[in-house]
Write a protein that binds this ligand. Structure first.
Ligand code: UTP
Length: 295
């Protein structure tokens, strides 16, 4: 809900790339998208879509690939299931299932080959058109009590520029992320002058890592179209963002919410424990169980 007097969000489309191979989560991801792994009983991708919708987004542009049909089916009508639930009088389950289809307007584009995040975003160009859009990585989940995207939308409204959501990470983890130049101490939003993909600790401009949330202006597509292969032999979104930084068109916004990279096994386990503990129906019993087994 918007508070009275709060400015309307003008960003109505979100791109969610889900075409990656999920190799860090094999063998589970051999035949199943990692984005469909559940946090307790709700797929990771549904949490991501929910965050976008709560931030005011109406259209979700999913960049999918081979083996990702389960994601489309999850957000589509499940006729046989709904009919069976209705006949059995399972009204609550029926509502749960139908609410997923009604979350937003879904558009699917295909990325023929997983050539990197930059390439995946470029695949969404026509569906996005000439307007700013949110970009949410399909495996990064934030504690929904503090909407992560809101901080970025606010920074975009204030500056009119592209925004990367960042969090401070330990120095030994900088090689897993795009790392931006630091702002002045304590600032929540700052201009980015440099962004480097997966640097070694000695080459990192700071410990501020880009963590799966962006608000981008359509000028990013011009840079994506000119991309050359980057780190890891992939078309890197970071390289296009570096061009925006050079033009003074990129800012960083700190995301205060707790984050889980559910494509990483340890973070996935942590997310499940924390999401289960928050639940009224499971939390108390689960906590008692954890106390029993952890000494
Ligand atoms: P990741 O690097 O986390 O995903 O990309 P991955 O490649 O599937 O994972 P691993 O490292 O092999 O385990 C971040 C997001 O970008 C998407 C992924 O689906 C993920 O949501 N992505 C990545 C694409 O859509 N296309 C790509 O070519 C690469």
């Amino acid at each position: 809900m918007l508070e009275a007097g709060a400015p309307m969000n003008s960003v109505k489309k979100a791109v969610i790339p889900v075409a990656g191979l999920g190799t860090r989560f094999l063998p589970a991801t051999k035949a199943m998208p990692k984005e469909m792994l559940p946090l307790v009983d709700t797929p990771v991708i549904q949490h991501v879509v929910d965050e976008a919708i709560r931030a005011g987004v109406e259209t979700l542009v999913m960049v999918t690939g081979r083996g990702k049909a389960a994601i489309e089916n999850h957000f589509d009508v499940a006729y046989e299931l709904e009919d069976t639930l209705a006949r059995r009088g399972k009204e609550t389950d029926l509502e749960t299932v139908r609410a997923i289809t009604a979350m937003g307007h879904f558009v699917y584009v295909r990325q023929g080959e997983p050539l990197g995040l930059g390439h995946a975003v470029l695949c969404a160009k026509r569906a996005v058109g000439d307007e700013p859009f949110a970009l949410l990585l399909g495996d990064d989940v934030f504690d929904e009590r503090e909407p992560a995207l809101d901080a970025l939308l606010e920074a975009h409204r204030a500056t009119g520029k592209s925004v990367v959501g960042v969090q401070e990470v330990p120095l030994e983890h900088v090689r897993r992320y795009g790392i931006v130049s630091a702002g002045e101490d304590g600032n929540a939003v700052w201009p980015v002058t440099r962004i480097v993909e997966k640097p070694t600790p000695d080459k990192a401009p700071s410990r501020f890592a880009v963590v799966g949330r962006y608000v981008l202006t359509p000028e990013v597509f011009d840079h994506l179209e000119k991309l050359e292969l980057g780190v890891g032999g992939e078309y890197q979104l970071t390289d296009a963002l570096m061009k925006l930084a050079e033009e003074g068109r990129l800012v960083a916004a700190r995301i205060p919410a707790r984050r889980f990279d559910t494509g990483d096994k340890l973070d996935y386990l942590k997310a499940n424990v924390e999401f289960a503990l928050k639940r009224d129906d499971l939390g108390p019993d689960f906590l008692a169980y954890l106390r029993e087994i952890v000494r």
